[in-house]
Write a protein that binds this ligand. Structure first.
Ligand code: FDM
Length: 212
């Protein structure tokens, strides 16, 4: 009998919401409970495309806005064969940012519609659950200064949050809003509970296609 597929679990949220910490904790908890799990993150800066994106984010290079949007999308597509392989092997993937960051960040720039921004990612493997770590801009500011990378400023982050709120109205995606202002352990328990449900559901459902 073919093994049960793993679940595709995505964590999204504005900067400082604790996505990366929570992804690590979730992978550890799943592994400890005997469920195969691995973490991925987008952008994946290790590939050739990822290196172009990384230089752009570090402000070492400038790229035209449409071009960089398509590179972020290409960086996801280039990893699809690997993602599908792992999911088929029964490995649950915990992903730090996905197409939702792609659409929210670019559409927060002047002259970009959300609709255009979503198009290149249509048909990607559809997450079984997308958890949005919610944190108000005021609380995010209390967690310290932004870094030096592109997009790391509070005005832009507010615009991004509005775009995420629009994306979360889409009922075709299994969104869960997580209160990221709680302490790390409480947020973790909340995320773990949603993830366990998604893993059980994924076992009996084929992998879907995003936004179509
Ligand atoms: N980002 C991330 C995008 O603009 N588009 C995307 O498709 C993705 C996945 O890149 F500012 C932005 C979001 C963030 C930056 O930062 C990546 P981290 O710290 O590596 O998550």
């Amino acid at each position: 009998m073919a093994c049960k597929r793993g679940a595709l679990i995505v964590l999204e949220g504005v900067d400082k919401a604790g996505k990366t910490t929570q992804c690590h904790k979730l992978v550890q908890a799943l592994q400890r409970s005997g469920r195969p799990a691995e973490m991925m993150r987008f952008p994946d800066r290790t590939t050739t495309i990822g290196q172009l994106i990384s230089a752009y984010l570090e402000k070492k290079s400038d790229l035209e806005d449409h071009t960089v949007h398509l590179l972020f999308s290409a960086n996801r597509w280039e990893l699809v064969p690997l993602m599908k392989k792992k999911l088929e092997q029964g490995i649950t993937l915990v992903v730090d940012r996905y197409a939702f960051s792609g659409a929210a960040f670019t559409s927060a720039k002047p002259g970009f519609s959300l609709d255009w921004c979503m198009k290149p990612d249509m048909g990607l493997p559809k997450p079984d659950v997308v958890m949005f770590l919610q944190l108000s801009p005021t609380e995010a500011a209390l967690r310290g200064q932004f870094g030096e990378e592109r997009y790391e400023n509070s005005v832009f982050q507010r615009a991004v949050l509005q775009k995420f709120e629009q994306l979360m109205k889409d009922p075709s995606v299994n969104w869960k809003v997580i209160d990221a202002s709680q302490n790390v352990e409480d947020v973790h328990m909340n995320i773990k509970n949603h993830s366990l449900k998604a893993i059980t559901t994924a076992e009996s459902q084929p992998l879907g296609e995003l936004w179509q």
